[in-house]
Design a protein around this ligand. Sequence first.
Ligand code: M5T
Ligand code: MG
Length: 581
Amino acid sequence: MKKLRWLHRYMPEYLKLAVPAWVALLVEVLVDLSLPTLMASIVNIGIRNSDTPYILRTGGIMLGLALFGSLMGLARNWLSTKVSQDLGTLIRADLFRKAQRLSMSAILKFGPSSMITRLTNDVMQVQNMSFMLTRIFIRAPLLLLGSVIMAFILNPGLAMILVGVIPVLGFLIWLRIQRGLPLFKKVQAAIDRVNGVMREYLGGVRVVKVFNRHRYEQDKFDAANQNLTGLGVKAARSMATIQPLMLVLMNGSIILIIWFGGIRISAGNMLVGDIIAFINYSLQILQSMMMVSWIFTAGVRAKTSGDRIGEVFGLEDGMPLPEEPVVPVGQGALEMRNAAFCWPGQSIPVLKDISFRVEPGQTVALIGSTGSGKSSLVNLFSRFYDVSEGAVLVDGQDVRAYGLSELRSRIAMVPQQAILFTGTIRDNLRWGRPNATEEELEAAVRLACADEFIPKLPDGYDTWIGQGGVNLSGGQKQRLCIARALLCSAPVLVMDDSTSAIDMGTESRIRSRLRQHAQNMTVLLIAQRIHSVMNADRILVLDEGKLVGSGSHAALLEDCPIYRDIYRSQMGLDRSGKEVV
Ligand code: M5T
Ligand code: MG
């Protein structure tokens, strides 16, 4: 139950509508409870004495009560629907908010598909449960208790039969729940997997088509789907046996009641009307036990889902933040001091003992073979992750001393993957600065050489971009991402291999425009191509997580063997400097 603690905070809001719903429910139950007794008096008094006015009067009361009960039922239904829908909305909103606060490593803990299931399906289960709670939870125990009491009043001897049966039923329900809980946990995990396969397919649909892997993907989906079905059936089956068992037990006890009741009537110890009422109460007990079984089925699912939601709420929020964040001042100096970095959950550092400094306004390039840790390194400046040793400084202050949004607004980033969002081109560019003027927007677009293609698109700046920028070419996406970052007008620009899909001519145009118009900006540039880095003020060479060279192109050619190798391989020369054919 500890994991369900998160639910507490929704209680005040929930109870606001749930309490009136329960009041309406209480009235309904009282009506339900009074009807069999009224019925009994019609039989025992009205029919026995052939007292038609009494029968009509009591019948009228019964009708009036039933009508009133139905009205209450209507109100209660409306309230329960509203309260459960509202609860779902609140939880989903909070989960999304939580997801936004999480650090990168925390988000990766459950994976995107599981996060989506938790936010949708799991919330739905909790919502269902809350609906049940306002509809039948109170009703069932009340009806049960009321019926037992009324049965006792009518005939204590016969009521003992019911008293014997109820604990047996309770025990059976308990047994089922013990079996059901772990099964439903598996069901939710299987939903995660189905979502995961679908997500992966949709994300990689082009590759699937290119490699003709439809069959494989289909099989993968079928397996996940079958698994879900199998588990779902198993879980449902474990709960499904409750109802027939209950029916058998309750009907058995009704037979006993009629049996012993019959004997009593023959002996003149009991009235026919009483036995009718008694059977009615037994049926109500049966009905309420059924409700209890439904609510337990829903409850078992909701508990599983509630735990899963609780796990998300229980994740550590982003990074530890300073109590009194430093206000950033300066023109954008970057520095690393003996920084080392390990990916969360791994023990081997991908960056070791890195020290360098970038002065404001400088352009520094970072080159190194793939996997050498370049992206990992630049991520540290925006504090997507924290160093495991040493320090990362922006404008002379440790990044851990700033507020996260203050820090990140100082560093405009063009990530290695050109990620765009659903919306128009203009919407996407304005991510950089929502209140940028049209002139500023166009200036940034010009710097990124995106003015060469945007006007040619069907709707220009208003061209709609699909999810992930599916309807643009790789180079177009990269240029939009560069423009988006430039629009931020942050003092630091980090470009992570962001011209890899752009042809060399366009790339050098972007570089020269940047040099002319953004001289004050500190630029940290990652590139694979020597051409892209040659003109930087300084080049850093990264190899297997270590900084192995730092200097100008000419100096590095002189004294950095790794840089020389990269240069030669790209120029088509072998180690001795001869051209490779
Ligand atoms: C450096 C490892 C990766 C590599 C090393 C993104 C990521 C990387 N790694 C992880 O363990 N987990 C991750 O989530 O870190 O990776 P990088 O910094 O991305 O390298 P790069 O930017 O120099 O390479 P590239 O290909 O972008 O030029 O060993 O296994
Ligand atoms: Mg990279």
